[in-house]
Design a protein around this ligand. Sequence first.
Ligand SMILES: [Zn+2]
Length: 357
Amino acid sequence: MNVRMRATPLILAVAIAACLSLQARAQMPDAAGGSSATGKAYKFDKIADGVYYATATGTMVTGGNNTVIVNNHDVMLVDAGITPAAARALLEDVKLITDKPVRWVVNTHFHYDHTAGNSVFEPDVEIIAQEYVRHAILDLDVLHREPFKTTQTNLPKQIESLKQQVSDEKGPDKRAALEKQLAAAQGELEQFKELVPTPPTLTYSAKMALFRGQREIQLLFLGRGHTQGDTVVFLPKERIVCTGDLMESRLAYMGDGVFDEWINTLEALKKLDFDTVLPGHGVPFHDKSLITAYQSYLKDLMTQVARLRQQGLTPEETAQKVDLTSHRADFPQIEGPGADLRGVRRMYQWMDEQASQ
Ligand SMILES: [Zn+2]
């Protein structure tokens, strides 16, 4: 789950600026002489032979970005989409780049925007994840907890706000863009009715390796971080790593974070031998210094939250008061002081747990 930013055009503009800024850093397209294909809901950018990064075209809400790994005889999808409808659209659009069957799906973590598509896959498709993901989907009542709860609550309000913006907008291009956004949000609300939390069919604890023809695919649990069961998909020959939300190109949702361990897990990530990061949200990037920058953001946030908590401030007050603007050069989505309340609440909870041990 990323920090969702569809509420206002201003926030959207900041998000787009953030992406553009990181795009410059990422030096896309890729060394493999990248090409792309655009389907109805997904656009595929070629990153290496048989490896594509799939992002939304905007016609529907798709959730996290996916990586498509085309092997000699079959295909692996990294993450399953935000709804069953998104997963079906991905299966349809993926035919633009290959006629091989999807045989493997990896859930990088349990958040609904990476797993809610699980229910559409046939029984011969293995859905693989770290073992915590199966526990979380079966036992945590994921449709009545964060991060789904806030999305579900806010979506009708966002739809009303978009309707208002459409009727206020005079410029035809901006109006068309808003109408597209509105249709995608209305579709998402409808598509949420179909959600059936569906656990992975195959789990591992620390490491799993698949050898498919010439392709070696490693699934690695490097430690707790964004959640308690994040998988990194590592292609050692292609020097590519898919990081889910453990490391996005921007600030990640923190409501299930295990914060000090997250920093250590990112240190383990940096030790892998890769050139390209394909994150769960945002844009691909090549520079490990962005990972260091995110570690530094997390450290700074933890220090500030610990101090304000010590002073007796509530999570609500702390979420308004923390000031991470010094990290803005690396994470342009930081508009001013403050941080996501759900992340700060989780940090309080984490510090309580630590203190009681
Ligand atoms: Zn997430």
